[in-house]
Structures are given as structure tokens and as C-alpha cells.
Write a protein that binds this ligand. Structure first.
Ligand SMILES: Nc1ncnc2c1ncn2[C@@H]1O[C@H](COP(=O)(O)OP(=O)(O)O)[C@@H](O)[C@H]1O
Ligand SMILES: [Mg+2]
Length: 224
């Protein structure tokens, strides 16, 4: 397993410390190396909460998150930052590209965290070629369509060759055709590089395209 979530519970509290919402309850999930899964669930069901925990952006109230045999619970904040940079790629509903940078410069942004990023600079054009987006390499987000921006965001998520990509409603702001193309791009990344992917969506039709589909309801996951 690349990622295991064991008996995860997560609540949010208000400013007075009162629990306002128990979002995840005894949730369990295991993702194998190179596996691609979809998580569906209505708005507010806890999908983003789940991905934030899986990507070590937040911590559970109880339960354990184990990544490649290492419990995240025992790690310090610098160790977690290092972990995220090396092992996790993020794709969000909004592309969050820097408007003043070209597509290829945006893709290279996550490599700036590393001392030697010459290899990545060489790898980026090759990656864009593989993902079929080399023609837009030197264009800025303002000159690209929503679908193209999201494809650049997928390339950016992969540039450090993470073993897991977390995609939070990556097709949420795209039309049907572009949404389908984005899912097939994610599937290509999964196949070509063996990257495990968790894709969260509330579009059931897109989820059905995945190897495994889980639905999040009442704080827990059920396999379809
Ligand atoms: N930081 C937060 N503080 C308080 N409540 C939150 C916070 N983040 C999310 N919630 C609440 O937790 C529930 C689940 O949110 P979220 O994980 O964003 O759901 P989804 O991504 O499925 O729409 C919602 O009711 C939301 O209002
Ligand atoms: Mg969400």
C-alpha cells in the first residue's frame, strides 16, 4: 500500500472550541502503488477534508495515516513539507497558475523548492510533449482556455514525480468535453508514470471511468 487511512475521525470546531461538525467518522481507505480511485460525494460531505488529510495539509483528530509504511503522525512540520514536495502532487478545481508566468514556467514552479532543479528544467519539455501540451508551452494562462490551464496544472502536479496525485474536483470548472479530456489525461499520467491518483468529484459519470469508486457518505467511505 502507498497510503492507508485507518479509523480516521475529523471534526471542525468553532472559535469557542465547540465541535460544529463531525465530518469524517472511522473512515478507512487503502490505496495501492499506481492505483487510481475516484471518491464521490455531495458538496459538504467531507471530500476536501479527506484529501487535506491524505496530503498532510491537515491532521486527523484520531486514527492513523500511513504513507509507504511511515505514519505521518510522528513527523515534524519540516518533515511533512519535505514529504509533500517529494511524494504528493495537488490538482485543484481552480488551476491556480501564476498569470505572469508561461505554461512551462508554471509547471516548473514546484521544482524551485529543490536545490538542483536542472534535471527538471530538461524534463519539463519532455513531459509537456508526453502530455500533448507542448504547443502551449510559452503561452500565459490568460492566453489559454480553462481546459488547457487545467492540463498545465496536471503537468505541474507531476513535475517532481510524486508517487501520489490528489485531485480535488479537477473538472469542476470545465465543460463536459474538457472534463472528459482531463480525466483521460489523469489516466495517462497514472499509466505512463505509475502515479497513484485519488480523484474527488461529484460527477458520477466521470468517476465510473476509474478502476475503483468510493462514495463518501455520513463521514465514511463505501466501495461501489
Ligand atoms: N476549516 C473549516 N472549519 C469549519 N468547518 C469546515 C472547515 N472546512 C470544512 N468545513 C465543513 O466541513 C464539511 C465538509 O467540508 P468539505 O470537506 O470541504 O466538503 P466537500 O469537499 O465534500 O464539499 C462542511 O460542512 C464544511 O462546511
Ligand atoms: Mg471540496
Amino acid at each position: 500500500m502507498i497510503l492507508t487511512l485507518k479509523d480516521i475521525t475529523k471534526s471542525y470546531t468553532n472559535s469557542t472550541g465547540k465541535v460544529t461538525r463531525e465530518v469524517l467518522k472511522n473512515l478507512n481507505l487503502s490505496i495501492g502503488e499506481g492505483e487510481m480511485v475516484a471518491v464521490t460525494g455531495p458538496s459538504g460531505s467531507g471530500k476536501t477534508t479527506l484529501l487535506n488529510l491524505a496530503g498532510a495539509l491537515d491532521t486527523p483528530d484520531s486514527g492513523e495515516i500511513i504513507f509507504k509504511n511511515f505514519p505521518l503522525g510522528g513527523k515534524t512540520e519540516p518533515e511533512l513539507a519535505q514529504f509533500r514536495n517529494h511524494e504528493i502532487g495537488f490538482v485543484f478545481q481552480m488551476h491556480h497558475l501564476m498569470p505572469q508566468l508561461t505554461a512551462i514556467e508554471n509547471i516548473l514552479l514546484p521544482t524551485l523548492a529543490f536545490k538542483s532543479n536542472d534535471k527538471a528544467t530538461q524534463y519539463a519539455p519532455e513531459l509537456m510533449e508526453k502530455l500533448g501540451i507542448s504547443d502551449i508551452s510559452n503561452q500565459k494562462p490568460g492566453e489559454l482556455s480553462g481546459g488547457e490551464c487545467q492540463r498545465v496544472a496536471v503537468a505541474r502536479a507531476h513535475i517532481n514525480k510524486p508517487s501520489l496525485i490528489l485531485a480535488d474536483e479537477p473538472t469542476g470548472s470545465l465543460d463536459e468535453q474538457n472534463a472528459r479530456e482531463l480525466v483521460s489525461l489523469l489516466k495517462n499520467v497514472n499509466k505512463m508514470f505509475g502515479t497513484a491518483i485519488i480523484m474527488v468529484t461529484h460527477a458520477n459519470a466521470l468517476a465510473q471511468d476509474m478502476e475503483k469508486v468510493y462514495s463518501l457518505k455520513n463521514g465514511t467511505l463505501t466501495a461501489h
